[in-house]
Write a protein of this length. Structure first.
Length: 336
């Protein structure tokens, strides 16, 4: 166990965790909602510090990030635990497990950086589970990563506190946030969380200048209603900016935690969502495997051509790296 930061003593004798928007008050011998932060004799400990799982090199497009270092690989990992209980989770085997020192070996922060460098990855992605709940470990890695000349990427549910946001901001280069729905009832029923804190985090991240992209999983009967998606796309345009990419992705029941009886997302639902995003004024809406090219927001010319194959992954077939559209000379949205 590693003594935790992001906490303070509560008036009732418990310890209040300040890491995510649940703000758990944790009594002695008890863990927070994430199950990886525990009060031991009046001190808060993080149980997943150094317990890295699923380390691998991924295309950065899988995060998904389409406007940040496209065509590169990113060293990706997570740790056990999560502050959500999403019934649709596809990484539930690790997000819902409790760290076990007997089966998960310790990986020092500097070893994560060395692994990224050995693999030739120009960035490290804190992904697979929610990086907020291993923020102490993440920060140690992010600081070393920067010294090594690497970029830092978070893949997050957006439930991190402002205290956590302020701590990671100097070291964070890009983030993809899941905006799962614009209905608070969905967040309460499916995730065990609330909508408003996620929207607040998205606004703060946008104002910070960190590169941000947004993802929405289209779950039939739960998060694919066109009226709800219109509110979601309008929120991105109005509160974040029309240049923020929106990824709408399909749901697959066979890899979900508890939603095996829900049908997979139909192609028609993907097309409808893309149309909703475009109508709302978003410059870039990426959907399924057919709409992955990056186009100029001014003239519509192709800036970057992507091909997605279920076996070979992502392939960049055309990429203008000059920073300007070759047709109209407008600045491109892509960051390297």
């Amino acid at each position: 166990m590693h003594e935790a930061n992001f906490c303070h003593a509560a008036p009732d004798g418990a310890i209040q965790c300040d890491l995510c928007r649940h703000y758990c008050r944790i009594r002695t011998g008890v863990s927070g909602l994430c199950r990886v932060r525990r009060n031991v004799d009046g001190h808060l400990f993080t149980l997943n510090f150094g317990r890295a799982v699923a380390q691998t090199a991924d295309p950065v497009e899988k995060k998904p990030l389409y406007h940040f270092m496209p065509g590169t690989m990113t060293w990706s990992f997570g740790t056990p635990g999560c502050n959500f209980r999403c019934a649709n989770c596809q990484n539930w085997q690790i997000s819902q497990m409790i760290p076990d020192e007997r089966t998960i070996p310790f990986t020092a922060p500097e070893e994560i950086v060395r692994n990224a460098l050995r693999a030739g990855c120009p960035s490290i992605s804190f992904a697979y589970t929610e990086p907020t709940i291993f923020a102490e470990y993440a920060l140690e890695i992010m600081k070393r990563s920067k010294l090594a000349g690497l970029k830092n990427i978070w893949v997050s549910n957006g439930y991190l506190s402002l205290t956590c946001l302020e701590a990671i901001h100097p070291w964070l280069d890009a983030i993809n946030v899941d905006l799962k729905s614009m209905d608070d009832a969905f967040y309460r029923r499916i995730c065990g969380a609330r909508l408003a804190p996620v929207l607040d985090s998205l606004r703060h991240i946008y104002r910070s200048g960190v590169h941000q992209e947004v993802t929405t999983l289209l779950i039939p009967g739960h998060s694919d209603d066109p009226a709800m998606l219109e509110r979601l796309a309008t929120f991105i345009v109005r509160d974040l900016g029309p240049e923020v990419p929106w990824h709408v992705i399909p749901f697959w029941p066979h890899i979900s935690w508890k939603m095996h009886d829900t049908p997979p997302t139909a192609d028609e639902a993907i097309d409808i969502a893309r149309g909703v995003g475009r109508k709302a004024g978003l410059h870039s809406v990426y959907a399924g495997t057919a709409h992955n090219d990056t186009l100029c927001a001014q003239c519509g010319s192709q800036l970057l051509a992507r091909k997605v194959n279920c076996l070979t992954g992502y392939r960049i077939e055309r990429f203008d790296t000059g920073g300007y559209c070759p047709a109209c000379y407008a600045p491109t949205p892509i960051k390297m």
